[in-house]
Design a protein. Structure first.
Length: 340
């Protein structure tokens, strides 16, 4: 493992937002943001005007706070942009929709470098580009005088393309539980960063820029998924949302989940003295998707069955053991809890 090098460039006072100004900043950011395929009126007016081909709009919002969701000494500006976009675009995919646009609210100190925010815009644009989506508007404001933190509030919009939305409350006894995407990689990278290292590179990259399986969401909807959500808070916690909202129990198969201990997870766990299965079960921010399907459904490519739904509304278990106990045995909490 190698010691870190600073990611924050030396500040240029002439490039601070307080000098560049609000509209100068907006012009620089929008020049890097691309254009949304569905936009009739893009950024620059009082509001954007977007086409909604399906007649319905999927909408979600996430807030990222510096020091809690990202650190500028751990992640580049582009990393932060990718991560902020991905956290929202994954929620759109989890409804079975395709992303179309982002709205971004920014609060930051006046001495924040404008070039850093250009990097955030580059990251967001790159994350949105495969869908023909882009930032179509938002707002900027100076943070409180005693605050040195950057806050990003991102709203994502999406189109269902004629599909029924896949909600959290549709799981039925007898359904299979399946996952698409990686589990535990972001938590592994976070564990490395917290100990002052910047390698293995694959673990750090997974934390800085999650790679949600966006196409798996619409594909699951087309295949008849009965419930779905993204795993932003960890597999146990988010499978728990499906179980609670559907009034069912979910039993996950430990042996199958152990197969997700791949890539850098075994190496890092061995170096740090932990059990990598803990990251798979409780680590959030990979933004994998977890869903339930009828037992006769043909699962789309990229989905792996990891458990079953039963009619005992007992929450989530792993091989019959309650999730909280499994997490505690692995030395982990049961997942991320805001204000916890």
């Amino acid at each position: 493992m190698t010691r870190p090098r600073p990611l924050v460039p030396r500040p240029d006072p002439a490039d601070a937002i307080g000098v560049v100004g609000e509209f100068g900043l907006i012009a620089r950011v929008l020049a890097r943001s691309g254009s949304a395929r569905v936009a009739e009126v893009g950024p620059g007016d009082d509001a954007a005007v977007l086409r909604a081909p399906d007649g319905r709009v999927v909408a979600c919002t996430d807030v990222l706070v510096e020091g809690r969701h990202f650190r500028r000494d751990w992640s580049s500006a582009e990393d932060v942009g990718h991560k902020a976009a991905a956290a929202n675009l994954a929620d759109v995919a989890a409804m079975g929709a395709v992303p179309t646009a982002l709205l971004v609210g920014l609060a930051c100190p006046a001495d924040t470098p404008a070039v850093w925010l250009e990097g955030v815009a580059d990251g967001m644009a790159a994350e949105c580009a495969p869908f023909g989506a882009a930032v179509v508007g938002g707002d900027t404001v100076a943070s409180a005088p005693d605050s040195s933190s950057v806050v990003l509030s991102v709203t994502a919009l999406g189109d269902l393309g004629g599909r029924a939305p896949v909600r959290r409350d549709g799981a039925r006894p007898g359904d299979v539980v399946a996952v698409a995407g990686r589990l535990g990689w972001s938590a592994c990278g976070l564990a490395v960063l917290r100990r002052g290292f910047r390698a293995p590179a694959a673990a750090i990259a997974a934390h800085r820029r999650p790679t949600p399986p966006y196409a798996a969401g619409p594909a699951a909807a087309d295949a008849g998924a009965t419930s779905m959500c993204d795993t932003s808070d960890g597999l146990l916690a988010d499978a728990g949302h499906l179980a609670a909202d559907s009034g069912v129990g979910i039993d996950l198969d430990r042996a199958t989940l152990a197969a997700f201990v791949t890539g850098p997870l075994p190496q890092v766990a061995a170096a740090l003295g932990g059990d990598p299965l803990g990251w798979v079960l409780t680590g959030g921010e990979d933004h994998a998707l977890v869903a339930t399907f009828p037992p006769t459904a043909a699962l789309p490519e990229g989905w792996t069955v990891i458990g079953r739904v039963h009619d005992d509304a007992s929450g989530v278990e792993v091989d019959g053991v309650p999730a909280a106990q499994v997490a505690a045995d692995l030395g982990e909490g049961a997942g991320h809890v805001h204000f916890g």
